[in-house]
Design a protein around this ligand. Sequence first.
Ligand SMILES: [Zn+2]
Length: 418
Amino acid sequence: MSPRGWAVLTLAGLGLAVLVAALVLIPWNRPPAPRADQLAALRDLPADQVERARQFRSALRPGSWAALGAGLLVALALGLTPLGSRLIELAGRPFGDHWTAQAILGGLAVVLVADLVTLPFAAWRHSVLTRWGLATNGWAGWAVDLLKSYAVSAVIGAVALLGFYTVVRLAPRWWWAFGAAGAATLVVLLSFVLPVLVEPVFNRFSPMEPGPLRTQLMDLAARDGVPVRDVLVADASRRTRAVNAYVSGFGPTRRVVVYDNLLREATDAEVTAVVAHELGHAKDRDVPVGTLTGALGAAAAVVALYLIGSWPPLLRLAGVGSVAEPRAFGLLLALVTVAGLVFAPAQALMSRRVEARADAHALALTGDPAAFESMQRRLSSVNLSDPDPPRWEYLYSASHPSTVERIAAARAYARKAG
Ligand SMILES: [Zn+2]
């Protein structure tokens, strides 16, 4: 069989693996959150708070969608016209057109151009967040964060680009197989080192101060059978007023992080509800499971790029001879961008199901639906999230159940628990 035949077979296998992993590992049966309870929850929220959140979301919406559109257009312009390949040639020229210069500098130049086109929308978003009092870091802080994220992306991007095009040179017929394995490995590695190498670039983390709340949270984790060395506090207040918490990493890098804002704004019972939700993520191994499905998806993406990218009309549009040459990186980026937009709703749906399970875990662990509900109200009012967002937007991009869904789930739980 030809490498192409093997690639088709591999892609089918990986596609099946992603599908099976999603079917088996995603909790498709969500706990009940009846619409009647959702509407009642919506009525119970202060009308002015709901109105304020909706106005804020309306203010953000045009820029968010315009950024998405501009990102897509620039990716298509770089990938489906010779613009991208010319830019990459230009980046390699001062270095005698050496392939490593084309691969690394050219690849980063293409990404940078795409980023610069969406930069005005990001700046505009920051101005809205500042006007509404959510952003606290000012323009200098915003610019520093931006440069830091460019630097982090450049380092990771340079390693990935050099690795990828080295593989292409060493195995010109089978690069897609090694590339798929490499992409999967990179996803696992990044998820593992993110909390210790990348997150500290943006925030300071300190162990939670000893006291009754910390003792209570550590007891909660012990009772839950989730070994937690510490609850870390992130200095999120340096850039936002928003309250949040998350788990990241796995194995020795796993950590539960709460925003300093959360400790300042919320009651102890509410913080407990948030941490109980995060313990749910840890207990159900949501990070390693997400990493595994992400790794399978990345491997499938590389094989799909090899197959789609060898379609002659696409190569003609991009002005390249093969998808595997560094000059074709714009085409790869265009295909990845389109795929990202196409798969966004499926990813959001899986994320919402996982989040609903963590909510159910929090309710069962704390047995305190009242605190859970007041925590949801606080999240919504401080973060200015629309408690019951437009359906299409929710289906396309919501990573979490809506505020009214989460409150309805808490009320349904309370009824069932009696
Ligand atoms: Zn969560």
